[in-house]
Design a protein around this ligand. Sequence first.
Ligand code: DSN
Length: 411
Amino acid sequence: MTTIELKEQIFSLIGKEEKRQKETIELIASENFVSEDVKRAVGSCLTNKYAEGLPGKRYYGGCEYVDEIEDLCRRLWQQVFHTDYHVNVQPHSGSQANLAAYQAVMTPGDTLLSMSLNDGGHLTHGSSVNQSGKLYNIVFYGTDANGYIDMEDVRKKALECHPKVILAGASAYARVIDFAAFRAIADEVGAFFMVDMAHIAGLVAAGVHPSPFEAGADIVTTTTHKTLRGPRGGLIFCKEELGKKMDSAVFPRTQGGPLEHVIAGKAVAAAEALDASFKTYGENIIKNSQAMAQAFRDMGYDLVTGGTDNHLMLLDLTNKNVTGLDLQNALDRCNITLNKNCVPNEQRSPSVTSGVRIGTAAMTTRGFNEEKFVAAAHLIDEVVTALAAGTFTDETAALVGEKARALIAKA
Ligand code: DSN
């Protein structure tokens, strides 16, 4: 193939993905749709620039404009979260942000107390297959029988294992996290208190979830692409006294040159999060989530913790006799995207699961209101019912897909 043909192939695939996104009800809780301005920044000439180091202290010439952009980005994110914490905007992702944060305050073998992946934590919170689980001694706290974080368990384990860091934050947890309670336990055992707010950061920015900054977390990491609706990437905030260590944990310890085009995109997203409309967006995400959760309850579905306080919910499909994997695959054929997810006391493997995770941030961006989310819940139920009865066919997929596209067209 010629270069031209290869490029045509690449852009044709991007076009197909764009069409898929436009015609799909997107319910993956960690995804969102960025503005054209975020895309403009990320697709800009800044991708050409090397800028290892920090503004004013770079290892390359010609950094005057990227210095201004990165400085502005740092200031804007401090404004978004009403904080004067030190901030580093260079992490390429949430995983990179977490790794750098650990490196700044822990040495290999130190103990990290965090939420297990099966209970809703994240791979980078000490999973044995992640670098975090290989470098550090990991102790997990879990959720209680109703799926809530068990603060008694957190305290008991903290008193037993004397962790260097206690981490709060999750990728599949539908309830408000009590940061103040975590802070109190960290103080009791002399641990650093770290929050990974990647999933809920947009809700914190909108003032509809308690802030880890107000609770006095020592370190706060986040991604910028979930509820914050920015480009893919990470941020690290920390108390001023940890700032130098944090910066050198990002560069040169765990990363090379920062992605200045993405940093510009993060700055654009911060400017958007500072607009008054972002508060309404956060409020709508939660209203939509709660309306959808209620619709599922009304149809006899079990929800982990019985409902939601944030942008996501976890459906436990055990009583429906359908696996998370089967539902995810069937919905992929019906213009509805979500992901399979473990539920408490999961009996199936993580690649099959007994549940699915559903998020409302992306479709709230696309204009879905409570009524549309309720309608989407009914479409999912149509598919679950057909799967359970063994009657899910190409025809079912076409019919539900048509209804999904019609809902999107009306949004
Ligand atoms: N994998 C992301 C999620 O879906 O929650 C978190 O990094």
